[in-house]
Design a protein around this ligand. Structure first.
Ligand code: AMP
Length: 387
């Protein structure tokens, strides 16, 4: 066990690292963040921050020598530096788990080899997308095999014109072509697993996306009880088969006509689990601390239905590419059932995740109604604040 008072290293300095650091510190740990590109949201709250690229072997080694365990908050970490760190200090989840989850070819091949339900797909190399589309049928979606997130590096193909454009855009990239799933809902389950093999899954979240970016998470997911149970069992089975020590988030589609298929795995806390901070017995970040440090896992019970709304840079007012007004935070702050979380990012940008808020305490319909109302009222320029 790596007990309180020890130091945890975090690769990546985004908001997930920030909320992880805050959870770790509240449990008495010290946190050292390693971030590539300048002072970061996580670095702003950590005990220490190293700003250096991943190929700076000396900086990475110095970082590894100051901590007792290392975890990460994003997937785009090259394999070699991560393995170098793992030779000095335990990395959890392991580099082998990250390697599977950070590349769509490996991830899908792993799901297939292990018999987990996944979306029908084909690998496409060097822009050779047409034959894959031919075999899968239209519509399809092309995704880069690596370095994609929040819908970046993706394109839906519904006809010949799209196909020509995709061939040009994805030239010289390794891609997967997936059949378009006619889903009823998107849900996700975050499952923690310890080194001893104990697993605990958080309740499934129902996720609504806008322009491929998570917009709203609704918990509990509005799905039949047996779907919820099947989703939890699927996530626990994946965590076990991966041998993950830490968290794994399993994003799934509930297909029209029934049946769950896995869309994506992430070996870390997830945007669709932010509601756990306010509405769950243990937050996903505390659970990550517990799992990577070998502490007993916390209970995952939902205190009350919850709705999480992402706050993107789009909530600011924009004029000619420049910020022209800030969201009206008082709309959210005045509401006793809402909790506002901002990530301390100095510069908003459209599509950039700046914060989120969670509404909880009432029943689900009430929480959803209030959350959507607050979302539209807090947008810059939504009208004067009333009482
Ligand atoms: P991803 O980055 O793979 O999670 O994709 C982002 C979002 O695009 C998903 O959450 C879905 O809303 C949508 N999407 C991705 N792949 C598919 C698919 N094969 N069929 C339908 N929708 C998809």
């Amino acid at each position: 066990m790596i007990g309180p008072g020890k130091a945890i290293g975090v690769l990546g300095g985004g908001q997930l690292g920030r909320m992880f650091a805050q959870a770790a510190q509240s449990m008495g740990y010290r946190v050292h963040v390693y971030e590539q590109s300048g002072p970061s949201p996580a670095g702003a709250v950590a005990d220490r921050e190293t700003v250096a690229p991943f190929d700076d072997a000396a900086a990475l080694e110095a970082f590894a020598r100051t901590v007792d365990v290392v975890t990460y908050e994003f997937e785009n970490i090259p394999a070699e530096p991560l393995e170098a760190v793992a030779r000095i200090v335990p990395v959890r989840p392991s580099p082998a788990v990250l390697s599977i989850c950070q590349n769509r070819w490996r991830e899908k091949a792993w799901l297939k080899a292990n018999g987990f339900p996944h979306v029908a797909y084909e690998e496409a190399l060097d822009g050779d997308i047409a034959p894959a589309v031919e075999r899968l049928g239209l519509p399809c979606v092309v995704k880069t095999a690596d370095f994609g997130y929040d819908g970046k590096g993706q394109m839906r193909i519904s006809g010949r014109d799209d196909l020509a454009r995709a061939a040009a855009i994805f030239r010289a990239r390794r891609c997967v072509v997936e059949r378009w799933v006619d889903f009823e809902k998107e849900i996700s389950v975050i499952c923690a697993r310890t080194g001893e093999g104990e697993t605990r899954a958080f309740p499934a979240a129902e996720n609504l996306h806008e322009s491929h970016i998570l917009d709203v998470s609704i918990v509990p997911a509005r799905v039949p009880r047996e779907v919820e149970q099947a989703a939890a069992a699927l996530a626990a089975a994946i965590a076990g088969r991966l041998g993950v020590v830490g968290l794994v988030t399993v994003e799934m589609f509930l297909c029209r006509g029934g049946g769950l298929v896995v869309n994506e795995l992430a070996p870390r806390p997830h945007n669709s689990g932010h509601w756990t901070l306010d509405a769950c017995e243990t937050s996903q970040f505390e659970q990550q601390v517990r799992a990577v440090c070998g502490l007993p896992l916390g209970p995952c019970g939902l205190r009350s239905p919850a709705v999480m709304v992402n706050i993107l840079g789009d909530a600011w007012a924009w004029a000619g590419g420049a910020v022209a007004g800030e969201p009206d935070w008082s709309r959210v702050l005045r509401e006793p059932a809402a909790r506002l979380h901002l990530y301390g990012k100095p510069e908003p940008r459209p599509g950039r995740k700046m914060g989120h808020f969670t509404v909880q305490g009432g029943d689900l319909d009430w929480s959803l109604g209030l959350a959507l109302e607050l979302k539209s009222r807090m947008r810059a320029g939504a009208g004067p604040t009333s009482g």
